[in-house]
Design a protein. Structure first.
Length: 503
């Protein structure tokens, strides 16, 4: 089935998909609405604290209260197909109201507003259109574009922006619309492909049950005919039964393999651990009821529960890695405080934290960095950059079983900058793929765990959070080299911009 603009081209199939996933979609929407309502209540409190009472009660309270009532009305709509369009219309009205209150101040308020501050607020509202309160993709794109154009050509000129501020506002809104539309389109298409796969599995299960019914019926008829046969006929019947069982097991094995491809090993391990916990709790209940609970027995139960909980936590975390990677596309990983640290010592800490994973690989990992090279930046973002580059090399750079070398070199540059080179001697990257390495969802080795997001996250962290540059060179058969150029001491203006992004 074709998918266009995040929806099935077959209207009947699209309607079927909406009905099947409506409960889950409404649940996510209600969480977004509750978040928005809480934010509105906080804004009302800020209005009473920061504005004159007459202005807070007479101007802002009715507007914000109307948005709360509209949010509540959407929230209580039942999760039924006939309310699908009405719910989305309500969301569009809610977004329009939020835009009118927070993004059109110069049209109705005498309060001075900065061009970039107002543009940043509109960018947040446009992003919220894609992320927090999703509707149909075409509606989201249309609303985001219309809201952006209204801001750029109607509202923003009233604030008296400079040409540079106008360009910055256009860049923010363009980025929000493109990124929001692209990510929403990809997620929507992925959901529909998963739904198609589920329908195919269900159809295969129905066919399998029908075949099993036919086989069972034929077996019963054959059994009635062979009851009077001699030993040879009995052996033939036994042989036939074995063939039937083998066919059923083969079909079952194929189905299990398909399901196991989607529901991987960590989920199975976690389920086993939970079952073990349930059995332990049942045994504990019986021991308590019998009055045989001792301190040592209780300690054994505590150890079992602790180990099982750790096992569940580890394996569920492994299964959630891909979801976490999507979330990380927004590049909000630099949430920790900026601090001063020695680069060589920090690289050693990164390698030590990854040692349990790297010890399973045959590769030689080395680094060279002056011991007194100091940086004043965000270590959390740098940690994730180095981790992603290491894992990318381990997964993609070498053939299975190949023993390779990975080298990390750091040195000081003029103009208070630092250069980091991350090099491997693996298979290299073809020229066709080299230009796409930093694109989201691009990977050449998905079979070995590549999600296509690792290097995209690296690029965003280096250029946005660390305010640096990253380049890559590669020769097929000789290896790949990533070169990072970072400010050694982040300027105060850059710090303020980064902290704004983090907030």
């Amino acid at each position: 089935m074709d998918i266009r603009f995040g929806e099935f081209t077959d209207k009947a199939l699209e309607q079927e998909f909406r009905s099947a996933t409506m409960t889950r979609e409404v649940r996510r929407l209600r969480i977004g609405l509750l978040t928005l309502m809480l934010f509105r209540i906080i804004l009302i409190a800020f209005d009473f604290h920061n504005l004159p009472l007459e202005q807070a009660v007479g101007q802002f309270l009715p507007l914000r209260s109307s948005m709360l009532l509209l949010s509540l009305a959407i929230l209580i709509l039942p999760a039924r197909p006939r309310f699908y369009t009405l719910r989305h219309v309500g969301i569009i009205l809610l977004l329009t109201g939020v835009f009118a209150i927070n993004g059109t101040g110069p049209l109705w308020s005498a309060e001075p507003q900065t061009p970039l501050g107002l543009s940043f607020m509109v960018t947040i509202i446009v992003t919220m259109n894609y992320v927090l309160l999703p509707t149909r993709l075409s509606w989201m794109v249309a609303w985001g574009v219309v809201a952006s154009l209204c801001h750029l050509f109607i509202v923003l000129p009233l604030t008296g922006p400079t040409p540079l501020q106008t360009k910055m506002a256009m860049a923010m809104l363009l980025t929000a619309n493109i990124a929001g539309a692209f990510i929403t389109s990809q997620l929507s298409s992925l959901q529909r492909r998963d739904y198609l796969h589920l329908r195919q599995l269900e159809r295969a299960n129905r066919d399998l049950r029908e075949r099993e019914a036919v086989i069972a019926e034929q077996r019963d008829r054959l059994t009635q005919h062979v009851q009077a046969l001699e030993e040879a006929q009995q052996r033939l019947l036994d042989t036939r039964d074995e063939l039937v069982r083998a066919e059923k097991l083969a079909a079952l094995g194929g189905m299990v393999a398909g399901v196991a491809h989607e529901l991987n090993t960590p989920v199975g391990i976690a389920l086993t651990a939970i079952t073990h916990v349930e059995d332990g709790i049942t045994e504990l209940d019986q021991t308590v009821a019998a009055g045989k609970l001792t301190r040592s027995k209780l300690g054994e139960y505590q150890d079992m529960l602790r180990e099982s909980a750790q096992l569940v936590h580890v394996n569920i975390a492994r299964a959630a890695e891909l979801v976490q990677s999507f979330k990380q596309v927004a590049v909000d990983q630099a949430s920790e405080e900026r601090r001063t640290f020695l680069l060589r010592q920090y690289i050693e800490e990164v390698l030590a934290s990854l040692a349990p994973r790297l010890r399973r690989e045959p590769h030689l990992i080395s680094f060279d960095c002056p011991p007194d090279l100091e940086m004043d930046t965000y270590p959390g973002a740098l940690f994730q950059v180095l981790t992603n580059l290491l894992m990318n090399a381990v997964i993609h750079a070498f053939e299975p079983g190949q023993r390779g070398a990975i080298t990390l070199t750091g040195r000081a540059l003029p103009d208070d900058r630092v250069e980091l080179q991350f090099r491997d001697n693996g298979r290299g990257v073809s020229p066709d793929h080299l230009q796409r390495l930093f694109e989201p969802f691009f990977t050449t080795n998905r079979a070995r765990g590549g999600s296509g997001l690792g290097l995209h996250i690296v690029y965003n962290l280096v250029t946005q959070s660390l305010k640096g540059r990253i380049g890559v060179t590669s020769v097929e058969g000789e290896g790949t080299c990533f070169t990072l150029t970072l400010p050694r001491h982040m300027p105060q203006a850059e710090v303020a911009a980064t902290e704004l992004e983090i907030a």
